[in-house]
Design a protein around this ligand. Structure first.
Ligand SMILES: *Cc1c(COP(=O)(O)O)cnc(C)c1O
Length: 386
């Protein structure tokens, strides 16, 4: 959830969430898949951006559906007042399917056991379950492995019993972020085979879906009836071989900012932060930023994470601590209280989440989703600026 600004005093750090950028990105994705419905994926607190506000902005921007992983995320969204088409796809035995049905949330079955739980929930509540059957086409993660005959026959029997309606048939790609990878065509062929087997079982899912952000942007043959972009909704490229944010016309939604706690002189040869992994090469000035790994800044960013401070992008000097990092300001003018930017919009001269991912050997998805609960999310809207 997006929090309000801390009530006592100014923020030490905050994440600005630009809902105008989010709506723009939804438009980009819609144009990339003009003949398909669009499901904006808002799992994991909208990739760390704040669930309720981002979900509402995604609907405003033209998303037909929202998608979340967890049952709890779906119920949180309903409690926040969202009423539109919504799918959740990850559960454990005994999960709250009854609540999903009562709140008009579509659910997913990965095998006959999960389907049986959904059928039981439908019997208990007297509400027909809207089910999306998940097939494993080569990711070897969730979903039913072939042959699918028994799974589909159970689903058809549950339809005939009036307990479920199979509205969706779906799968997930292993290598969409490498659009040329040979597994893409193999998974596509396997998905098409699953559609035929489902048809032979008498199922008529009206929503066949396969595409994440990368496939939405680069693999039109995977679009089918609905696309499920996540990371691109937040203005971040799914990967280098898909394109840069600028090439894809994506606008980053999150800008992570903080304020300098102090600025002070350091002599040449000063060891900075734990274990002195950075040593000043000349007399210089240091800026102290009150944000650390407890806020989601990867410790792997020690000596490499780029920060915009005092007018230039500079790597963090030395180790990332739990609550603090230091930057070498090189004598440039800076004062306690000045704003610094960890990542945001490359077009505005900020380091980007993608650059943070490259510097710390991870993916930008992890950079934004790990921004912690100590960082308030502050909604801004670039569409409303004059
Ligand atoms: C997270 C997720 C998506 C969105 O993937 P992106 O790469 O962020 O676009 C789509 N479908 C499923 C099943 C997911 O788990």
């Amino acid at each position: 959830m997006v929090e309000q600004r801390e009530e006592s005093g100014p923020d030490r750090a905050w994440a600005e969430i630009d809902l105008g950028a989010l709506r723009h990105n939804i438009g980009v994705l819609r144009r990339a898949a003009p003949d398909s419905l669009l499901m904006a994926v808002v799992k994991a607190d909208a990739y760390g951006h704040g669930l309720a506000e981002c979900a509402a902005a995604a609907r405003d921007g033209g998303a037909d559906w929202l998608g979340v992983a967890l049952v709890g995320e779906a119920l949180t969204l309903r409690a926040a007042g969202d009423t539109g088409p919504l799918l959740c796809w990850l559960s454990v035995p005994g999960d709250r399917f009854d609540e999903c049905l009562r709140h008009d949330v579509d659910v997913s079955a990965y095998d006959t056991r999960m389907l049986a739980e959904i059928v039981d929930a439908a019997a208990r509540t007297g509400i027909k379950a809207m089910v999306h059957l998940k097939v494993d086409t080569g990711l070897s993660r969730g979903g039913a492995v072939p042959p699918w005959d028994e799974f589909f026959a159970a689903a058809r029997a549950a339809e005939e019993a009036g307990r479920v309606q199979v509205v969706g048939l779906w799968s997930h790609l292993a290598y969409a972020d490498e659009p040329e990878h040979p597994t893409v065509a193999r998974q596509l062929a396997e998905f098409e085979r699953a559609i035929e087997v489902a048809d032979a079982a008498g199922l008529q899912p009206r929503l066949r879906h396969l595409a994440n952000s990368a496939a939405t942007l680069r693999l039109p043959q995977t679009h089918f009836d609905l696309v499920r972009p996540g990371i691109a909704v937040y203005g971040i490229s799914p990967g280098a071989s898909v394109g840069t944010e600028a090439e894809l016309d994506l606008r980053p939604v999150m800008t992570l900012k903080a304020r300098l706690t102090m600025v002070k002189p350091l002599p040449a040869g000063a060891g900075v932060s734990y274990a002195h992994q950075y040593v000043t090469s000349r007399s210089t000035t240091a800026g102290l930023i009150p944000v650390g790994y407890a806020d989601g800044i990867p410790r792997a960013a020690s000596n490499v994470g780029p920060v915009l401070a005092a007018g230039a992008v500079r790597p963090i000097a030395g180790r990332v601590c739990m609550d603090q990092v230091v930057v070498d300001l090189d004598g440039d003018e800076a004062h306690a209280g000045d704003e610094v930017v960890f990542f945001g919009d490359g077009a505005a001269g900020h380091p980007t989440a993608t650059e943070w991912a490259q510097a710390t050997d991870t993916i930008a998805y992890e950079i934004v989703t790990r921004v912690g609960p100590r960082i308030p999310r502050i909604v801004v809207d670039s569409d409303e600026e004059v």
